[in-house]
Design a protein. Structure first.
Length: 94
């Protein structure tokens, strides 16, 4: 399990590999890769740091759960992965 701390609280991300092995071969590329991703929204003219320099790899066959309090960035991670939002910093590769 990985925990991401941001201005709104903690996000817990659990990744479970459902493939035959627990660890993917080193030559396998991730299906989703986030590197040093940051995202800030502006609320009433004040910056609200939702994600700060998060990195995450998800490989084929893995089951991913993103859990956290309301407003902590769960949907922002999914919107970045889907290409509906763009990071302020960092890269998202699908």
């Amino acid at each position: 399990m990985m925990q991401i701390n941001n201005d709104a609280g903690l996000i817990d991300i659990t990744i479970r590999n459902t493939a035959d092995s627990l660890f993917p071969p080193t030559a396998m590329l991730p299906s989703l890769s986030m590197r040093c991703v940051s995202k800030t929204f502006h609320v009433d003219g004040c910056p609200f740091n939702v994600l700060s320099s998060i990195s995450l790899d998800v490989f084929e066959g893995e089951f991913v759960c993103i859990v956290g309090a309301s407003g902590c960035g769960k949907s922002t991670i999914l919107r970045l992965a889907a290409g509906l939002e763009f990071p302020d910093d960092g890269t998202v590769l699908v």
